[in-house]
Design a protein around this ligand. Structure first.
Ligand code: NAI
Length: 482
């Protein structure tokens, strides 16, 4: 990685390839490009300094360049050690007008296959604005909440005047965070407090990050307002579902190329992500089994025609296991020890704690072998082996390239609108967690219909009056569930 400049990517010479794929993606992201056109003259993000922590893919490059087109300055890191597409990162660092010899793009700190130390260093770099008074951003765009978490922990420990001892860390990753905060506290004891002082808010992309925000709100520790982008209908009911329907099997195919038809696949969790995953596996002819703790989702799965069972019922016989819960300890080491030879185990939930990788490594006699990056076999003493994808991290981004552009256009149109909303109407949002108004949600959907050749029916005024909604929308009450 190039360290002479204010960015760090794997290989700048990949920029031209990245730029070509960005151009293809722009055509497939009509919502995001329409927002670019709509606000080009107005420049609503002029003055915004946005720190982004979100998978550094081709689609994210289009998001970043949209934010820049609306006037923002941006610094970026990925939100997962395996999810960066190095050509996209290079293209963003070089910028549309720059060259690898003379880069002029956005400071991006991301490459595929970071260590945990590198990952948190990248997050710190994205949050640290060298040429500003506070040294920090005034907006955050987060996916999973890691940038928000680092900042909140930094501020909390600076208030305490001390960081918990590294020995108290509950995991490897926790240890890395504590070490980083020990370093910053020693170097600059008010770094995070100062850096956070002008932040107007955060817009959060995913279920797991949103969950963290509501927890902080309840504990009263949230430092600034947040927009929950995930729960826009045009985000979670599209990206989480149709995105995973596309990218789950893409990941399994690229990793293993195993025929999915006829196999028994267990999908743990039948929320938005689980629904998309189950459908994609069924589409390939797999016999899909669902595990759920929520009776409503379990009943939905049954009515959709899936067998609902417990993991223990299929742990010895299923061929493919996918976790989608956002919860921890879904597949334990003791479960993996019982699986059949060459069973495939993967996670598509945000964090890597759904599958007990640490426990797997501790099984006596178990041997880990790399087939290729992000594909490993684990062989037990009796010779049986299982195949684990992306070391238990989200496999659709680790083994494949994540969701395709069209669905991300919906998610990122919401992100962009949320950034504009929080940045330009800060006073309307006291500290708390908000979802975007339904009219904006409908707008995002509207922006994607033409590209699919869909003709929307126009509501007539008498009909609007009859069902009690405005002709221009919003068309549903807030409690409607889609
Ligand atoms: P969700 O809340 O709609 O679904 C999760 C489901 O898991 C719920 O129905 C819940 O009842 C179930 N569950 C919880 N504990 C369980 C257990 N022990 N056994 C079986 N089921 C259990 O959440 P959503 O939106 O589906 O997201 C799931 C995860 O995927 C989150 O971590 C989210 O951040 C992540 N995500 C990942 C994406 C990707 O591209 N890899 C895209 C979107 C979300």
């Amino acid at each position: 990685p190039d360290t002479a400049q204010d960015f760090k990517v794997a290989d700048l010479s990949l920029a031209a390839f990245g730029r070509k794929e960005i151009a293809l993606a722009e055509h497939e992201m009509p919502g995001l490009m329409a927002i670019r056109d709509e606000y080009a003259a107005e420049q609503p993000l002029a003055g915004a300094r946005i720190t982004g922590s979100l998978h550094m893919t081709v689609q994210t490059a289009v998001l970043i360049e949209t934010l820049v087109a609306l006037g923002a300055r941006v610094r970026w890191a990925s939100c997962n050690i395996f999810s960066t597409q190095d050509h996209a990162a290079a293209a963003v660092a070089v910028g549309p007008e720059g060259t690898p010899e003379n880069p002029g793009g956005v400071p991006v700190f991301a490459w595929k296959g970071e260590t945990l130390e590198e990952y948190w260093w990248c997050t710190e770099q994205a949050l640290t604005w060298p040429d500003t008074e506070t040294g920090g951003p005034n907006m955050i765009l987060d996916d999973g909440g890691d940038a928000t978490l680092l900042l909140h922990k930094g501020v909390e420990y600076e208030k305490d005047g001390e960081v918990p001892a590294v020995e108290t860390a509950e995991s490897d990753e926790h240890r890395v965070i504590l070490e980083l905060l020990h370093r910053t506290l020693a170097e600059s004891p008010r770094k995070w407090t100062q850096l956070a002082s002008e932040i107007r808010g955060v817009t959060e992309e995913t279920t797991t990050g949103v969950h963290r925000l509501y927890e902080m709100q309840q504990e009263g520790t949230l430092l600034f307002p947040a927009i929950n982008v995930n729960d826009a209908v045009t985000k979670s009911k599209f990206d989480n579902k149709y995105g995973c329907r596309h990218s789950l099997i893409d990941g399994i195919n690229r990793a293993t190329d195993v025929l999915i038809g006829g196999k028994v696949a267990v999908v743990c969790g039948y929320g938005d992500v689980g629904k998309g995953c189950a459908e994609s596996l069924r589409g390939q002819g797999a016999r899909v089994v669902i595990t759920e703790i929520d009776p409503i989702c379990a009943l939905q799965a049954a009515m959709d025609g899936y067998q609902v069972a417990r993991l223990e019922d299929f742990v010895e016989t299923a061929d493919i296991f996918i976790t989608t819960t956002g919860n921890k300890d879904i597949i334990l080491a003791s479960d993996m020890a019982r699986m059949k030879h060459q069973a495939i185990v993967g996670n598509i939930g945000h964090f890597d704690n759904e599958i007990d990788m640490a426990g797997l490594a501790q099984i006596p006699g178990v041997v880990r072998d790399e087939v290729k990056p992000q594909v490993h076999t684990w062989t037990f003493e009796d010779g049986r082996k299982i195949i684990v994808l992306s070391e238990g991290r989200l496999l659709n981004l680790g083994n494949a390239t994540g969701h395709p552009s069209f669905v991300m256009s919906n998610s990122f149109a919401n992100q962009t609108i949320a950034q504009i909303e929080l940045f330009t109407r800060t006073e309307a949002y006291p500290i708390g967690v908000y979802v975007l108004p339904k009219l904006l949600d409908e707008k995002v959907a509207r922006l994607h219909l033409d590209a699919l050749g869909a003709r929307l029916t126009e509501l007539r005024p008498e009909q609007a009056a009859y069902i009690g909604v405005p002709v221009q929308g919003p068309y549903k009450s807030d409690h409607y569930r889609y």
